[in-house]
Design a binder for this molecule. Structure first.
Ligand code: GLU
Length: 557
């Protein structure tokens, strides 16, 4: 037995498995040629960051586009960041956005797949097998440096104006003989396990990032920590071991990791693993004081996906918006295929922007309006009601009173080639639907300046005489036109425009007066349908009330 093997045995007395055993337990996946295996490995912080949802979406799209596999691994090695039930919250969030992993943690409380455990805290034994093997080969070593010693080394580096870090002559424990290291381990001293980096700062490495393109960086020469003193792996080590054993082919992650790629490529090489392909995703940014910055969990409510749930953005709207950020060709595709399922979009990483996209709330609203305009009335009514149950109880009470009436509100002007785009999110619904309910219809309105109060009351009074709730849209407007001449209005807007002087207004102005009286708004979906839904009694009483108000005040406010 070599000295290094003796040292490895002393450091890992309980490890009996070998890397070969693990290779056999986790064999290469039997997937079709070209199938990509991707993953989302969040920490269980209980907080679904928009960036994590975005990254999960990109990973899933990449796997799906190749007939591959997308899995979820829990990176819970940092107990300081962990919150109770944090993993479940993240999964629930992802699932709600239609991002359901095929393996690992697939839903709250549901773990499946043959490449687990998928929780890093249950994988200590696996990391130790590789750490032991590296020590036995002299490729890793125990480091006993105290915080004070490392601090002192850092000060020397700063004084010498050289790079800080544990490398070269500053890597004190690298120079211990194996025998010295062994006796200190046997004496029970505390240590971390470090890689004996074979790299040199002088040499450069090149790699092709799938999103950022060709990148060149100096090789890693730091003896990075693989296992902390409690035996828990660092991100770097766990990434190499897990992504190898879980047979990840494509690591698509936040670009804060890009500077770590030299460390990771070196680790894969030292461990004898084939490295995955890397793609580094630019963060979603926010404009502030003319500058761009990353969306911040602390400062920006929209950094948390929960914000969009509270606001009542349909999950499909948020994903559709994220698609416009992820793929520069998505909007064109959507214009050409307004009704196609998103799954039909041919996603490719080549169309991802190498720089950070701005979070644009106006764009999100536009995208969401289009998404909602394509939903059917039942879907909208159900979603608004469910949202209101949680976030707008008074409004919910109104909606729940008569579900058929509620459905009717959201059925108006739906369908057809140019559906209206009134709602960007369910939180817009209480205001949008306010005039449908007597409790929230206040009857106040201002007449347009060119309409005299006396003419308005005359129109309303005369309209009562011809009002027939059974009329369809055409008959409804015809009745208004027929009434026009007797009230001094012009039936046709075209005619009116040629010679406005002899008239008080046109039939469109008459329907505006009626619209204001019945809804209090100048702009609404189809008024005939609104009046049908409100019913004869309500319409007549609103017209009477409007006449009284105008008579009283000369206007209706
Ligand atoms: N747990 C890491 C993070 O949340 C995962 C990064 C990766 O995708 O490898 O940043």
């Amino acid at each position: 037995m070599t000295a290094c093997e003796k040292l490895a045995n002393a450091m890992f007395p309980d490890v009996t498995l070998t890397p070969e055993d693990l290779e056999n337990t986790y064999p290469p996946r039997q997937l079709k040629e070209g199938a990509r295996v991707t993953r989302i490995p969040p920490s269980p912080t209980g907080y679904l960051h928009l960036g994590v949802l975005y990254s999960a979406m990109v990973n899933k799209l990449t796997a799906d586009a190749s007939g591959g596999l997308f899995y979820f691994r829990l990176e819970d090695t940092d107990s300081k960041r962990e919150v109770q039930g944090g993993a479940e919250d993240i999964l629930r969030g992802l699932n709600a956005y239609g991002i359901t992993p095929q393996e690992g943690f697939v839903a709250p409380g549901v773990v499946q797949g043959d490449y687990g455990p998928y929780r890093q805290s249950e994988r200590a034994g696996i990391y130790h097998v590789y750490a032991k093997s590296l020590v036995a080969q002299g490729l890793a070593y125990p480091c006993f440096c105290s915080e004070e010693e490392r601090q002192a080394a850092r000060q020397r580096q700063e004084a010498a104006k050289v790079r800080t870090g544990y490398y070269g002559e500053y890597a004190l424990c690298r120079r211990l003989t194996t025998e010295e290291a062994l006796s200190r381990v046997q004496a029970g001293e505390s240590y971390v396990v470090r890689l004996r980096s074979p790299g040199s700062e002088e040499r450069r490495i090149q790699f092709d990032d799938l999103i950022k393109g060709k990148i060149e960086m100096p090789e890693n020469d730091e003896d990075i920590v693989l296992l902390k003193s409690d035996g828990i792996p660092t991100y770097h080590f766990a990434h190499a071991v897990d992504d190898h054993l879980m047979r990840t082919t494509h690591v698509l992650r936040g670009d804060e990791w890009i500077s770590s790629v030299p460390k990771h490529l070196q680790l894969f090489r030292v461990l004898g693993f084939k490295p995955p392909k890397y793609g580094h995703i630019s963060p979603i940014m926010k404009l502030e004081n003319g500058g761009k910055r990353k969306l911040s969990k602390r400062k920006d409510p929209e950094a948390a996906v929960h914000y969009f749930v509270q606001q009542g953005y349909p999950a499909g709207s948020v994903i559709e918006y994220l698609m416009t950020i992820a793929a520069s060709d998505f909007e064109d595709w959507r214009r050409r295929n307004p009704d196609a399922s998103r799954a039909a979009f041919p996603f490719t990483l080549k169309k991802m922007s190498p720089s950070g996209a701005l979070f644009d709330p106006d764009k999100l609203n536009d995208v969401s309006k289009a998404v909602i305009s394509r939903m059917d009335a039942d879907e909208v009514a159900q979603a608004v009601t469910a949202w209101a149950a949680e976030y707008a109880p008074d409004f919910h009470a109104l909606l729940a009173r008569d579900p058929a009436f509620t459905r009717g509100i959201f059925a108006i002007d739906r369908g057809g080639s140019k559906p209206r785009k009134d709602l960007a999110k369910w939180a817009d619904a209480p205001d949008f639907a306010a005039y449908f309910f007597d409790e929230t219809f206040d009857g106040a309105f201002a007449l347009p300046e060119h309409i005299a109060p006396a003419d308005a009351t005359a129109v309303l009074a005369a309209y009562k005489g011809v009002y027939d709730p059974a009329q369809d849209k055409q008959a409804w407007f015809q009745a208004i036109k027929d009434l026009a001449p007797s009230l001094g209005f012009c039936p046709e807007v075209k005619e009116y425009k040629k010679n406005p002087d002899g008239y008080k207004g046109h039939a469109g102005d008459m329907s505006t007066i009626l619209r204001l009286a019945v809804t209090g708004r100048a702009n609404t979906p189809d008024l005939c349908s609104i009046m049908q839904l409100l019913g004869r009694e309500r319409v007549l009483s609103r017209i009477d009330r409007a006449i009284q108000r105008i008579d009283r005040a000369g206007c209706a406010e």
